[in-house]
Design a protein. Sequence first.
Length: 237
Amino acid sequence: MIGFGSLVGIVAYSAYTGASNSVSYANWNLQSQISTPQSNSLYPLQSMNGPITLDQAEVIAEQFLQSLHNPNLAVKEIMEFQYNFYIQFYEKDTGLGAFEMLIWKETPTSSMMGGYGMMDEYFGVGVMMPEPGPNMMWNQKYRMRSIMSGWNVNWGNGIPSTIPISKDRAVQLAQSYLNANLNGAVAESDATQFYGYYTIDFTINGQTAGMLSVNGITGQVWLHTWHGAFIQEIQLN
């Protein structure tokens, strides 16, 4: 049985501080801060006034990590895309993926999200949020779902680390999907296993072009449509 854990709110960070071009990050207390049901707003957004760099995204990700107070979690990689930064967190003891987050470079619209409703008006530049799709729907251990104006995270215990569909089979299913829907795309073999699914990068003409996820039980494939064009990435662990 999955037990309810800490209440995690939208993470918002403060704006540029003026002529110095330095950035001040106001990290909300993720363990307790959440708007009440009577409030129809999320946390007050303190969106950045200028473009976010990869280095700044790394700072935001590390601040978020520290706020979780879980020494077994770490940031594995950060990928910069046209619309957002993708951050992958993992477990140190198992090596498995834990969950996936986004930091928006511009306020997401419904079209960016592929029609996935994410209350567009509440998200601004520099805001970190759980990645939609498989991360929220298929993750059996680190479940994230919207409750009124915050994010509830279930920290599951006793969740098996194995899933019926193997990594190799997941890559095959991803490739079959790409063959049918994205001509010339090739699924990479180093799929990341999460609790309940895999996330797999794919390339076009030898260059990283995007990612998709495969359900480790049903084999369903979910293309990540909210990133835009790939720019660069860093591996942290």
